[in-house]
Design a protein. Sequence first.
Length: 133
Amino acid sequence: HFDVSVEVVGVPALTKASGYPSIELVGVSPQTDFNNKAKGQATTYVMDASHDGNTTLAAVNNIMRHNNHEEVYLRIAAGGASLAEVNFAQHIAKYKIDVTKHECVIPFRVEFKPTSISITVPSWYLENITPEF
């Protein structure tokens, strides 16, 4: 599996009454075969997001490992319209995420700013920690 972690900050119209935007994983495989290989018609997972009471949504999900990252992407949507999208392959390459590791986290930070949208990785992912022995 891949662990997908998503933080969405500064979402427009973030109120319970108007409905929070959805965090979606598009193009993921819904099942595996007996050899633990992803298969099936690509589908969209709507992640179960939690709200911090201010302007941040967060969600974590496990998806099946897939070989073609070009076909999978993260989408933030509201009212049926896409607010932001990022392709997994481009994100993995840009931030040098090692998807060959047994335990792999693919983190996203989507920040809505007054004049732009920034898609990066969270600061906790960039910290380089060396344990002391």
